[in-house]
Design a protein around this ligand. Structure first.
Ligand SMILES: *[C@@H]1O[C@H](CO)[C@@H](O)[C@H](O)[C@H]1NC(C)=O
Length: 326
């Protein structure tokens, strides 16, 4: 969709034109614009703000998706938006059910009346997807573009971490997802086959496994325990139930003591490879949480090792660091 010339024009209209307008107001010569010919400056000033230079689906302009899970996303200054702005393809919300409403926060003391699943996640996601799927005489029908304009077929994984009683809370979450469902934005499984949509819902925490396995056609999934996929309880779990399985890195692979490559011992690497292979054989992607945060060098070596070994998502707390790592 993007050619080199059109994205150049887009960048041009948003930054240089702004400067041109500022210069026109200030009235003085500008060291940068001084290098642009006066006839080109004239054109730029006249096109600034014109309808021809409004790009309809531009909310995620210049963002490249990265295979990163925004861990404890609801703790960030702007839940959902911060992760989106870094290109994270996965986010999460801890949800608590009180009097029929789902509140979002790490523990009870962090809950407020205003911070709900609807206000912090569902409405913002609907907002972005509405902008990315405008009604237009140029499209045959409703589109299902994802949140990233550069890669509209990239799904956004949304882990819903159930904190209060599993069956009631997960049921309430499924009801709360209705606006996304009605727009056809959710990934779903039908006849044993997954069709990815803009958003992939994965229940975790207290989500009951049987609320997912007992329904064959559905638009929600389960976060299976990556290191326990061979336990009898999970032997029938495949990618149509759990597109991503997760586990605690320190517990499942081990404590990292090296700070040079290879950062994992042979035993640790073997465990990691077995877990990822078991998952991948069933069409399940892998995510490890609780990877080392310090020293930075060790953190980065573990990230590199995980990507090289084929995890689907890195789990990150420091989004600036992980975004600059890619
Ligand atoms: C739930 O409802 C009860 C009864 O109306 C009320 O006392 C309580 O404060 C409510 N709890 C929350 C978290 O809103």
């Amino acid at each position: 969709m993007f050619t080199g010339s059109s994205s150049f024009l887009v960048m041009f209209s948003s930054s240089i034109l702004g400067m041109a307008a500022a210069l026109a107001l200030a009235g003085g010569p500008d060291p940068v614009l001084g290098t642009i010919t006066s006839s080109l400056q004239h054109i730029l000033q006249n096109t600034h703000g014109g309808n021809e230079y409004q790009y309809p689906t531009d909310i995620t302009r210049d963002l490249l998706p990265i295979p990163v899970h925004s861990h404890n996303d609801y703790w960030r200054q702007e839940p959902f938006w911060t992760g989106l702005s870094k290109g994270c393809t996965s986010t999460e919300a801890d949800i608590w059910l009180y009097n029929g409403t789902l509140y979002v926060g790490h523990d009870q003391s962090a809950l407020t009346k205003e911070r709900t699943l609807e206000s912090l996640y569902i409405n913002p996601i609907l907002d972005v997807l509405g902008r990315q799927n405008p009604e237009s005489p140029f499209v045959a029908g409703p589109t299902k573009n994802g949140v990233w304009d550069t890669t509209p077929d990239q799904t956004l994984y949304f882990f819903i971490d159930v904190k209060t009683s599993g069956p009631e809370t997960f049921k309430a979450a499924l009801q709360a997802l209705k606006p996304l469902r009605e727009k056809g934005y959710l990934s779903k499984v039908e006849g044993g086959k997954i069709t990815y949509g803009p958003v992939t819902i994965i229940g975790t925490g207290e989500t009951p496994l049987d609320m997912v396995t007992s329904v064959s056609d559905r638009d929600y999934f389960f976060d299976a325990p990556l290191a326990n996929l061979n336990d009898p309880k999970y032997t029938n779990v495949d990618g149509t139930i759990s597109p991503i399985a997760s586990t605690d890195f320190a517990a499942a692979v081990g404590k990292v003591t090296a700070d040079t490559d290879p950062v994992l011992t042979d035993t640790q690497l073997k465990a990691l490879r077995e877990q990822i292979a078991t998952a991948n054989e069933r069409g399940i992607g892998a995510r490890y949480w609780n990877t080392p945060a310090f020293p930075i060098r060790t953190r980065n070596l573990v990230w590199r090792t995980l990507l090289r070994e084929g995890v689907t998502l890195l789990n990150a707390d420091d989004l600036d660091a992980v975004a600059s790592y890619f």
